[in-house]
Design a protein around this ligand. Structure first.
Ligand code: ADP
Length: 441
């Protein structure tokens, strides 16, 4: 049962129940108790017999006729003192005082004064005729009434179910599209038929997705073009500075040129990182191949720049081969290892295993690669933001370590292109732990 239909179902049932009570109490107030009415209809034969046969008898034969009826009928007729009946019925009953029939549906009985003037026998005005055991079945009447309401409910719910089914499917299609779009598939669109109930909304969402895709594409190509265009003047500047350095006589000038060359190198590496990042926004960048994971991770450790903190490796023997882009995966792991070396106090650990966290178990399972260090770690509320481009935790601390705050962002994009995830946690070594999870091949 879809959620919309379930809500309608509950609402319709509540409304019908409320309507039933309102109808009952309104009718009871305006026209008398509907149950009495039903009972009166069911006891119509006995009432008819009393009024048309017993009451039509001459005064001195009234009791005889009543006794005749008593003999042949299954209904029990008794004569009770008026005071006793008044006490039993409790409330004030003007019908009884008027000499009319008072129905008691629950007791399956009716009451009526014998007469008002004592004409039928001595003291007959002080007595009430009580008919009990009447063929009254309120239960059946109530069942019929309930069936009526059930039929009305079904008549309402069937079209609602049909409508809500189509509506629900459209909403689900819309939410699938939103998930895909949010997950990075910018070409995802709802593309609904104009007859769909949510068509106007879907059309606006598609339009919005078109605009977002165009804007992101424009931003990406701007970033790419600017970075690309900057390369040539940087190369020219480098060349110019080298020439200048060769001709300079003044040692002070040499120092200044060396500082400028340092700045240029920094600018160059920023431009290269920007270019790399803009490329990672497109899935076309991925060039998958069969990769021996153990060899790739060992290679990552071997190619690290010299550092006082050596990397310890704990690689599961069953890592085997995976489908991945070796260059991108090595880049992601390398960035994490370089960061760990930068911030560690003494220990850096690279570990990898297969089939963890329920991703999958056994040979075809997912892969977990973790980089741990014993550095200052990353505060819990910063663990997502550090993956934003140009974001650095503590600028004064990070200035000494260099870097533009792009390394983690590039690593996450590279892992995401493989369908995996990269998260920051607390390491058992006391510092930061970065975990790459790759889905099963
Ligand atoms: P950067 O190139 O500046 O290191 P990153 O994107 O790699 O940029 O990292 C972003 C920020 O996250 C860093 O500036 C640093 O503050 C923090 N960080 C990254 N790795 C670690 C780590 N292993 N321990 C502590 N802080 C870290």
């Amino acid at each position: 049962m879809n959620r919309i239909f379930f809500r309608f179902f509950v609402l319709v049932m509540l409304s019908i129940t409320a309507a039933t009570f309102v109808i009952y109490f309104a009718f009871a107030r305006l026209f008398g108790d509907p149950l009495d009415d039903i009972a009166r209809r069911q006891a119509a034969a006995q009432i008819f017999l009393l009024e048309q046969y017993v009451d039509q008898a001459p005064a001195d034969e009234w009791l005889t006729r009543l006794n005749n009826v008593r003999e042949v009928s299954e209904v029990r007729y008794d004569l009770l003192p008026l005071a006793q009946v008044r006490a039993r019925l409790g409330q004030d009953h003007p019908e009884l005082e008027r000499g009319a029939i008072v129905i008691d549906a629950r007791e399956r009985a009716f009451y009526r004064r014998v007469d008002l003037r004592g004409e039928r026998y001595i003291g007959s005005d002080d007595e009430v005729l009580v008919a009990r055991n009447l063929p009254v079945d309120i239960g059946q009447a109530l069942k019929m009434e309930a069936l009526r309401y059930v039929i009305v409910a079904i008549a309402l719910l069937v079209p609602i179910a049909l409508w809500s089914r189509a509506h629900w499917h459209s909403l689900q299609a819309l939410s699938r599209m939103a998930d895909e779009f949010g997950g990075g598939k910018l070409s995802a669109r709802a593309r609904m038929r104009p007859s769909a109930t949510v068509y106007p909304l879907a059309e606006r969402i598609d339009h919005m997705a078109d605009r977002i895709e165009a804007l992101l594409e424009a931003q990406r190509s701007l970033l790419h073009s600017v970075s690309h265009e900057l390369r040539t003047p940087i190369a020219r500047l480098e060349f110019g500075l080298e020439l200048l350095d060769a001709r300079a006589q003044d040692p002070d000038l040499h120092r200044r040129i060396a500082a400028m060359e340092g700045d240029l190198r920094e600018l160059n590496s920023l431009v290269n990182e920007l270019l790399d990042m803009s490329k990672l926004d497109s899935a076309r960048t991925l060039q998958p191949a069969r990769v021996d994971l153990t060899a790739l991770l060992e290679e990552c450790c071997a190619t690290l720049p010299p550092s006082p903190h050596a990397v310890a490796c704990e690689l599961d023997g069953s890592l085997g081969e995976i489908d991945a882009d070796p260059r991108l995966l090595a880049r992601a792991v390398g960035n994490l290892l370089r960061n760990a070396q930068k911030y560690a106090a003494g220990r850096v650990l690279l570990s990898a295993r297969r089939g963890v966290d329920g991703i999958a178990r056994g040979i075809a399972g997912g892969i977990e690669i973790a980089v741990d260090d014993d550095g200052p770690g990353i505060p819990e509320d910063e663990r997502e933001r550090i993956f934003d481009p140009f974001y650095r935790l503590d600028r004064s601390r990070d200035r000494a370590t260099g870097g533009f705050g792009m390394g983690l962002s590039i690593a996450r994009k590279a892992v995401a292109l493989h369908g995996g995830s990269l998260r920051a946690e607390t390491s058992s070594l006391g510092g930061a732990r970065f975990v790459i999870k790759l889905p099963p091949a």
